[in-house]
Every structure is written in C-alpha cells, then in structure tokens.
Design a protein around this ligand. Structure first.
Ligand SMILES: Nc1ncnc2c1ncn2[C@@H]1O[C@H](COP(=O)(O)OP(=O)(O)OP(=O)(O)O)[C@@H](O)[C@H]1O
Length: 559
C-alpha cells in the first residue's frame, strides 16, 4: 500500500510536469497509460485485495465508455464530467450482478463465469456498436478539456483521487475484510464478517473504477469500438495485473506504463504485437510461481521483525476463577454425520459461565466436528443454545456476532494486515489504546504497525486469541491453539487461557492434545471417543480415569 508519501509526491510532480516537456504524441500515450493504470487498479481491488478472479473488467470499462458515447451521439445536455461519472455508476449494478456468482463459486469456476460475461458484453458491443461509431460522430470534450494537455491533467487528477480513495479503502475495515475473505472465507465468517456483502462491495467498486476508465477512454479517443474492450484484452489486463501486483497503486502504474510502452517498443522494432502478450503471459507465470506480483513480493521482502520475546512467564497463575452455575452454552444430543460416517453421536454437555472446559479425545474422536457444528460450519442434528437462545439455522457469521467465537487449528491470520488492523477487524470495532496495549502484551509484541507475515507462529496464534477476546464474546472455542508452539510457549498460553474468564467474563472450550496445557488451563474436561462422550468432570479426576486412559491417553496419563 502507498505509504511512502515523499515518493508519491515526487512521482506526482513528475507526472504533472511531463506534459510541458513532451510532444503531443507522447502526451496521448501518457493519457493512455493513466487510463490503463485506472482499469488495472480495478483488477487490483477485486482480485488482488478480495481474491476473486475477474476476467471481465474491460467489459465494465466498455459500459462506461458506451454511456458517454450514447450521451454524445444523442446530444444530451449532460456535462462531460457528469457523463463519465454516470457511465461509472451504470457499471456498478452490472458489477454486482456479475459478482453474484462469486458468492457460490470461486477459482477457475469464477474465471469461467466472468470470462463468459466478457464474451456476452463483447457480443453486445459488436452488435449494437458504440453510439456515434457508425455515423462517425466522436465524443466531444468541453472546451476546458479540449487540449490534450488539459485532458491529461484531468485524467491525472482523477487517477490521484482514485489512488487516494482506494488507499483509504484498503486501510479501512472493508479493506481488511477483503483480505480476510481472500485468505479464508471460513475464518472471515468466523470473525462475524458478512462474506457475501464483502465480495459484492469489491465487485461493485471495481466496476465503478473500470467504468470510469472507459468513460475517460471515450473522451480520449473520441470513437470507441468493441475491440477496445474485447475478452482477449481483458485477459491480458488480468495477466498484467497479476504480474505487477495491482493492489498496489505503484503496481497499477507499472502495468499502465507497460500497456503502452510494450506495444510502442515492439512497433518501433517492427515486431509482432503478439510478443507483448507473450511477455505478459511469462510475467504472470513468474508471479504465480513467486506467490505474488512484483510489488507484492517486494512488500513481503521487507525485513522480518526479530522474533518477539515471550511475555514474562511470571504471568501469575491466574486467580482461580470459580465458574458460576449459570449455563452459557447448552449442547444436547448433538449428531454430525458425513455421509455414512457418524462423527458425533448424541453428545450432550453444558458450559458454565466463567468456565474453561477442556475437550479431548484421540484422533478422529469428533472434536473438530464438534467445533465446526457449534460454530455453524457443519450441519448437525440436536440442540445448541447460547444463553438460552437456540442457534438453530444461524450462520457462522451470525453465531460469531452473537458472541460464539472460534479459532482454527491451522493459522488463519491475515499476513498482509498490521497487528492493529487485524485486532480491530477481529474485534469488530476501533480499539482504544488500553485494549491495544493489552493485546500487544498478550501476544508478546511491542509494535502495532508490524505486518503479520513478519511474526512467528506462536505470536500469530496468541494474536488470534487476543483478537477474539477483544470482540467481547460470550463463548470462545479454541481449536488446538498450542499446535506448533514450543512446550514453554504452550504452557504460557495455557496460563493466559486460564485467566480469560476472570479478565473477560467469557467461557472457553479448549480442544487440545497436549495434556499439560489441558491441566494448566481447564477446570473440567469432557472426553470424546468415536463420536461419543465417554467421560466428563473435574480435570484431575477425568485424566486419571482408566476408561479415558484406555481410550486415548495411555501411558501419558498413567505415568
Ligand atoms: N469432511 C469429512 N468428510 C468425511 N468424514 C469426515 C470429515 N471430517 C471428519 N470426518 C470423519 O469424522 C470423524 C471425526 O473427525 P474429526 O476431525 O472431527 O475428529 P478430531 O477429533 O477432530 O480428530 P483430530 O484430533 O485428528 O483433529 C473421523 O472419523 C473423520 O475421519
């Protein structure tokens, strides 16, 4: 993201002064570069930020251009600037419609859907023609934009506005939500985010930006044709956006430069323009191999932070918190089946207010199925009640918003976000200094600005828990939070987990294989085996039960 404001200002001054030095032909190319950069920015938003493949971005641009051409051909008394804006706005509902399939499909399927849209739009543009095209009636610019230089400055002005707007968006909660959805829709839903709305916003906004660029292109070239917005051109645009890492404005500018420089150079060398496509294709393959475009890789290679120190193990053993008798989560006859496999068979237990309840069992016992069912990710039969309210039919996001939060076995934190942005996204609100300071202490960090990719696994796991706690949940399901941590880190985390009810007043279900962690954190334990609850009660008693030992713990407990 654009943070180097001195560089940004320098580039801006250079771009603003260039028209004074260059002949008209180069000015025309520079304007094309700005317009290409804009439409690349739109790909950066929908694909780079929100992680959805869109192969029809130029069709949105075509809609913007078509509207401007239509206003001109019909001599409608609408100022040019307004025409461009209307064109961009008309592209928005289309963006939402094209975004609807993204709620159900992703990856290659979404690529096919969006490319299909590009093909249909191409047919539409070809059959209907751009208004004014057949009559040879070009789009007229108002007097103040009639000179190529003033038009260039106008495009530059809009481009800068877009960059600032997009940058502000990327730093907002919506921007963080886009990254969350890109990395894991499940984790995003588990944070209480509305995944569908987040995706549709991305499509709508990227269609707006693309539509704006189409309108500007109409003003630049006067007469548009379907070839300006062909599906093939959309493909090349997508390839170049991937190659540069177009969610970074500087990447979009680089793509814009290449979009006019490569054909220009090839033309002067009398080489085929297809060579340009080959360059973009190879660049895309290289980017996919490197796990990101030029600017994404560069951002990732920022020096990783030194491994943060563990928080002082002095963490006083948490004051024993006596759970109240009030039941916060009631689970009755819970059954989960995957086809013929019965993963959970009539499991019933209750979680009391202020309790840290361990959930243990051998591999395949049904622990993850239980967490998935409670958190709304797996269909189940039976009853689950949160503070007396049945959660029947509630989605994962609704359960999270109601105060039933969960963590994941695998790291699902969002590498590009800063510590603060991640915590605020997970908490669902802007956090005051004291709460941020507490979260830093919980995770053993000192800086809020560090990006998560620079943190070690243990720190990211603690940060995930801290973010969940800052959302002030009623119940937290922690799915093997100590996985991948050293034994020292695990015990530290266990002590922190044991202190959660006293500090946050919420209850915890802790799934853990490490019995030391269970002993340190949990007052009571339930044990699953082959999907059935075989034992429940105070930790020490249950862990020394021969039945449990036989089912799962073996020598570890007997020792
Ligand atoms: N998506 C699925 N499709 C089919 N069977 C599944 C699926 N997920 C889990 N199972 C089966 O359901 C049973 C319970 O699995 P689950 O992952 O809930 O156990 P677990 O106790 O969490 O195991 P682990 O400790 O290894 O994570 C196992 O027999 C497993 O093979």
């Amino acid at each position: 993201m654009l943070r180097a404001s001195p560089w940004f200002l320098l580039a801006l001054v250079a771009l603003a002064l260039l028209p004074l030095l260059l002949p008209n032909y180069w000015l025309f190319l520079l304007t094309s570069m700005l317009i290409s950069s804009m439409v690349t920015l739109s790909v950066g938003l929908v694909s780079g930020m929100a992680g959805m493949i869109s192969l029809g971005q130029l069709s949105f641009a075509g809609v913007g251009g078509w509207m401007v051409a239509y206003f001109n051909a019909n001599n409608l008394p609408i100022p040019f600037v307004l025409q461009v804006l209307i064109g961009a706005l008309v592209a928005v509902p289309l963006g939402i419609v094209i975004g609807l399939p993204a709620l159900r499909v992703r990856g290659v399927h979404l690529a096919v859907v969006t490319f299909g849209f590009a093909a249909v739009a191409d047919l539409f543009f070809t059959i209907l023609n751009f208004p004014g095209g057949v009559m040879g009636k070009p789009v007229l610019r108002p007097d103040f934009l009639s000179h190529d230089r003033s038009y260039y400055w106008f495009c530059l002005f809009l481009f800068v506005l877009l960059v600032l707007g997009v940058n502000a968006l990327y730093r907002s909660r919506l921007g963080s939500a886009w990254l969350a959805v890109k990395h894991s829709e499940r984790a995003a839903a588990a944070m209480g985010l509305n995944v569908a709305a987040t995706k549709l916003w991305a499509f709508a906004m990227s269609a707006f930006i693309a539509g704006l660029s189409g309108g500007l292109l109409a003003g630049q070239v006067g007469l548009l044709s379907a070839t300006n917005f062909s599906p093939t051109a959309s493909l090349i645009l997508f390839a170049s956006a991937i190659m540069v890492g177009a969610r970074y404005p500087a990447g979009a500018v680089l793509a814009g430069v290449m979009a006019w420089l490569v054909p220009e150079v090839l033309g002067r060398l009398h080489l085929s323009q297809n060579l340009g496509n080959l360059i973009f294709a190879l660049g895309t393959i290289a980017a996919l191999k490197a796990g990101g475009g030029i600017f994404e890789v560069a951002a990732r290679q920022k020096k990783p932070a030194a491994t943060p120190p563990l928080p002082p193990p002095a963490a006083p053993a948490p004051a024993a918190h006596t759970p109240s008798d009030q039941v916060v989560l009631e689970v009755q006859n819970l059954c989960v089946a995957y086809g013929q496999v019965l993963a959970l068979n009539k499991v019933s237990f209750s979680l009391k207010e202020g309790q840290v309840l361990g959930l243990i069992g051998p591999n395949g016992a049904g622990k993850s199925s239980l967490v998935d069912a409670l958190s709304g990710f797996t269909p189940y039969q039976g009853r689950v009640q949160l503070e007396g309210r049945s959660l029947e039919g509630w989605s994962a996001a609704q359960r999270a918003r109601a105060g039933l939060r969960r963590s994941f076995q695998q790291d699902r934190t969002i590498p590009e976000l800063s510590v603060q942005a991640y915590l605020e996204l997970s908490a669902g609100r802007a956090l005051p200094k004291e709460e941020l300071a507490w979260a830093l202490e919980f995770a053993g960090l000192t800086e809020l600005g560090l990006e998560l990719h620079s943190l070690n696994m243990g720190t990211r796991r603690r940060l995930e828990v801290a973010g969940i706690l800052l959302s002030r949940p009623k119940v937290v399901l922690l799915d093997e939070p100590a996985a991948g941590l050293s034994s020292e880190e695990s015990l530290q985390l266990a002590r922190q987990i044991a202190g959660i009810p006293a500090r946050y007043g919420c209850s915890v279900i802790l799934i853990e294989h490490d019995m030391e962690v269970v002993r340190a954190a949990c007052s009571e334990v339930v044990v699953l085996d082959f999907g059935c609850l075989i034992e429940a009660g105070p930790t020490t008693r249950v862990l020394s039960s021969p039945r449990v030992a036989a089912a799962y713990l073996g020598e570890e407990v007997l020792a």
